[in-house]
Write a protein that binds this ligand. Structure first.
Ligand SMILES: Cc1cc2nc3c(=O)[nH]c(=O)nc-3n(C[C@H](O)[C@H](O)[C@H](O)COP(=O)(O)OP(=O)(O)OC[C@H]3O[C@@H](n4cnc5c(N)ncnc54)[C@H](O)[C@@H]3O)c2cc1C
Length: 456
């Protein structure tokens, strides 16, 4: 029987997995997971925590070999040893590496991480989209012409479970708040749809638990295919007219994920360079290599000079990271992140605005911190959203908006439930004042934005 080596990356699932289905239809399947020491940006620690556990579950469903090293060496060697064909589902953050492995092995590659391949959605002029709404319309048209047709999991023999590394102490909260893996992903998704059917609604500005899907890390690691999510939710909307507006509001957010990957595909250095080049002259505080992971040096941009006042900015950055800014909503968000590996989208925006605008610290420092601490951190959504918040990205209008975190708190957490859950001390007398004056720092930020407004 022919054997196929399926290289799993951001597709840790057996259902609706095109490469796996193709392999299973041919004969025997051996799965491969690589801790890549050569290629794209290494996973942050929270995401790596998630991936280890998700892969362990996958390994009970499909025989899975785990290797550490350079895929350019590992994949061809294993394929030779097993006498196997190679297959994988495409990803978009390591195109050169994948091309090399493909040319060495003749691998069959499949879509499956996105609703449409990033090159399939183009404007009338054949250029990529830079603004979300027209992109979304084009994506919807594409999905009408090519509706996702999810497939069931193939019959597989199951495997010996991979060992899961011990959880470090800092990850105790992650374990309490998250269940990685395809089974939990499916359960969460169906519970979310049931909630919509019961009238719970979806509102991504509502800070209460359960108001959004909490599917981002499951989608990030491909435990659910976006095609399955789209097809099931669209069918659900047809069957539940009262809940349909909520179901479509949710799918619209899923399309933001597509848009982030569309932009990243066309701007592969999104995590390092401003999309709008006039922002290269913006005087954000940049402390050089402050990234908390050991490969940070490789990710540093030598063209960016560290700020001479780096020490002060580093201490402000540390206050922000620890949730000790004196701004209740920002502190609650940063502590939610530390405790759970995730943060509500609205609060991500407010915390990001505080860092980049009121503190004037480079968005890359925020992006690096989120990269290391978010379980859903991905190579496109994270830098894309940071640049959106900072104003340096596409479709970031109004780029000069500076959120007032107190007004945001009044508007989106009127009962104080969110802040009292994550930073209860912030509601007690004696909590420190904001680390910088909110009004004065806003004014300084607006002047700086004004300076570059007319630059091209
Ligand atoms: C500064 C900043 C950094 C971010 N970094 C990431 C990241 O690294 N990875 C990530 O998945 N999301 C990121 N987001 C987007 C968003 O905050 C999360 O996707 C969302 O909070 C996840 O919660 P949910 O699954 O309940 O989302 P829901 O509201 O239920 O949305 C459904 C799905 O749509 C996708 N989605 C929603 N909003 C966005 C968005 N703005 N951009 C891209 N995809 C979106 C996610 O896959 C999400 O699971 C970031 C946002 C900001 C402001």
């Amino acid at each position: 029987m022919p054997t196929t080596l399926v290289w799993f990356r951001d597709d840790l699932r057996v259902a609706d997995n095109p490469a796996l289905s193709w392999a299973a239809s041919r004969g025997e399947v051996t799965g491969l997971l690589i801790d890549d020491t050569s290629g794209p940006r290494p996973l942050g620690r929270a995401a790596a925590w998630w991936r280890d556990r998700s892969a362990a579950e996958l390994s009970t469903k499909v025989p899975l070999i785990r290797k550490t090293g350079d895929p350019r060496e590992i994949v061809p060697r294993l394929a030779r040893e097993l006498g196997a064909e190679v297959a994988w589902n495409r990803r978009y953050d390591a195109p050169e590496l994948d091309a090399e492995v493909k040319s060495a092995t003749g691998a069959r590659t499949f879509p499956g991480f996105l609703l449409a391949e990033p090159w399939e959605i183009n404007s009338g002029a054949g250029t990529p989209y830079r603004v979300f709404t027209p992109f979304y319309k084009a994506l919807q048209q594409h999905l009408i012409a090519h509706p996702p047709q999810p497939t069931a999991a193939p019959t597989l023999p199951g495997g010996t479970p991979l060992a899961v590394p011990d959880s470090p102490v800092w990850a105790n909260g992650l374990a309490q708040h998250n269940i990685p893996g395809e089974d939990a992903a499916l359960a969460r998704f169906h519970a979310f749809l049931e909630g919509l059917a019961d009238g719970h609604g979806y509102d991504n500005n509502d800070l209460r638990p359960g108001a959004t899907s909490r599917l981002s890390a499951h989608l990030r690691f491909g435990e659910l295919s976006p095609g399955y999510v789209w097809a099931e939710t669209a069918a659900f909307a047809d069957e539940h007219p009262a809940a349909a507006p909520h179901a479509w509001a949710f799918l619209r957010q899923v399309a933001w994920r597509e848009f982030a990957w569309h932009r990243f595909y066309h701007l592969p250095d999104l995590a390092v360079h401003n999309v709008r080049s006039q922002f290269d002259r913006f005087e954000w505080a940049w402390s050089g290599n402050a990234a908390p992971w050991k490969h940070a040096q490789a990710f540093a941009d030598p063209a960016m000079e560290p700020d001479p006042e780096a020490a002060q900015h580093l201490s402000q950055l540390a206050q922000w990271q620890r949730g000790e800014t004196g701004v209740p909503l920002v502190d609650a968000g940063m502590r939610e992140l530390w405790e759970t590996g995730t943060m509500h989208n609205r609060v991500r925006m407010v915390a990001g605005s505080w860092l980049t605008k009121n503190l004037g610290i480079h968005w890359r420092h925020g992006e690096e911190w989120f990269w290391d601490t978010l379980v859903d951190a991905d190579a496109a959504s994270n830098p894309f959203n940071w640049q959106w918040v900072a104003g340096s990205g596409d479709d970031a209008a109004p780029y000069f908006r500076v959120f007032n975190p107190l007004t945001q708190q009044e508007k989106f957490d009127p009962s104080g439930a969110y802040v009292s859950r994550w930073a209860p001390q912030a509601l007690l007398p004696g909590y420190p004042e904001p680390m910088v004056d909110i009004k004065a720092s806003r004014k300084t930020a607006l002047l700086a934005y004004d300076d570059i407004k007319n630059d091209k």
